[in-house]
Design a protein around this ligand. Sequence first.
Ligand SMILES: Nc1ncnc2c1ncn2[C@@H]1O[C@H](COP(=O)(O)OP(=O)(O)O)[C@@H](O)[C@H]1O
Ligand SMILES: N[C@@H](CC(=O)OP(=O)(O)O)C(=O)O
Length: 422
Amino acid sequence: MKIFKFGGASVKDAAGVRNLAQILQAYQGQPLVVVVSAMGKTTNALEDVAAAYYQGNPAEAMTRWQTVRAYHKGIMRDLAGDDITQTFQIVLESFDKIKTYLLRPVEGSFDQVYDLIVSLGELISTQIIAAYLRKLKMPVKWTDARLLIRTDGTFREGKVDWEETEWLIQDYSKSIPPQTITITQGFMGRSADGNTTTLGREGSDYSAAIFAYCLNADDVTIWKDVPGVLNADPKWFDDTQLIPELTYQDAIELAYYGATVIHPKTIKPLQNKKIKLYVRSFLEPAAPGTVVGEFNNHLPVPSFIFKINQTLISLHPKDFSFIAEDNLSRIFSRFAEAGVKINLMQHTAISFSVAVDNHPEKIPALIDQLREDFRVSYNGGLELITIRYYNQETIDRVCVNKKVLLEQKSRYTVQLIVKDLG
Ligand SMILES: Nc1ncnc2c1ncn2[C@@H]1O[C@H](COP(=O)(O)OP(=O)(O)O)[C@@H](O)[C@H]1O
Ligand SMILES: N[C@@H](CC(=O)OP(=O)(O)O)C(=O)O
């Protein structure tokens, strides 16, 4: 069994869907599970629909939804010709159900409504793709991932119930004929009480790993718009180099520090079962890309990760206490309660500094909370630069025209919080 994952960029238009079909045709005859994300930037657009709907503005929600619907209709028209009803009847029925939902009064918390609305992107994309592949007479089965991935009740960041999910997925796999191409959604699951939950933004890579783990798959391929894992994001750096082989450990570290090409939760389930992960280009499907697996060699070149929009928060006890266990536990519980992930931390006897992503909806409230116990100073608009397998030359290179506010080195990794002076 092979698991494939196609992200939003790969299916952003009809040409992308045709390209996906062509890639799958090359693997015909093999059992495949194909995990697909929402098309293009649909998830962002649906976030706006959810916000308007929840804020009690149904007219605005409907207008925003109609834009999403028109985008998908355009893709269907291109794939099917002018009459889309024959090929895509099921999608049109989904559109009607969504419209009916948006006309109903709001029920539940914002996060619950968010998951229900935002996950529609994946449901629609997989319905369109399955219908198109069926039109090409390919042996596809559209499957609702919510029947297979069981999560706890946390909305927007559902935690996988691995035991139940493994049982559900294995049971499903017994029921499908060999050679079937299962088309299913990334990023979503369902809690035991029947609520749709999402796994966190960009979580479709993780869904592919969940399927692979539960099916003891041979391997996973995530099809991207880059040739594989590079030693830096080509959006930021020229002259990037492809990394042909990557250890699980290095892949986890790169993804955790912010190399967005692989979702950080993806690697661990694969590493536990020694399942290889291929990162390949959907634009150049014959090229080998990167393979993540058990290798002895470290990264062949230093790798760079940039995270912009960072805020550095520094805390100082108001009393005469040091930054020791009691203060640390109070600080960590404040961050956990606010749902703020710490990207980097450093402490001295009487100060504690952390770098976090600047979420305007979370950080000001967290700072107010921290002020109850600490003197707080903060600095926004910063960059976090991580270099794996650094040397002084690489540090000097990234620090040109930057002021370094904080530096932290371990054996293999250096992290720098910098202010751009340019
Ligand atoms: N080290 C890296 N190597 C390759 N791509 C990277 C790296 N770090 C960040 N990226 C970015 O990851 C993008 C692909 O990931 P993503 O957009 O999340 O794909 P998808 O939406 O298909 O899941 C690339 O376009 C690239 O800009
Ligand atoms: N569509 C979801 C899940 C996802 O992983 O998408 P992508 O594979 O396009 O990053 C999101 O945008 O968050």
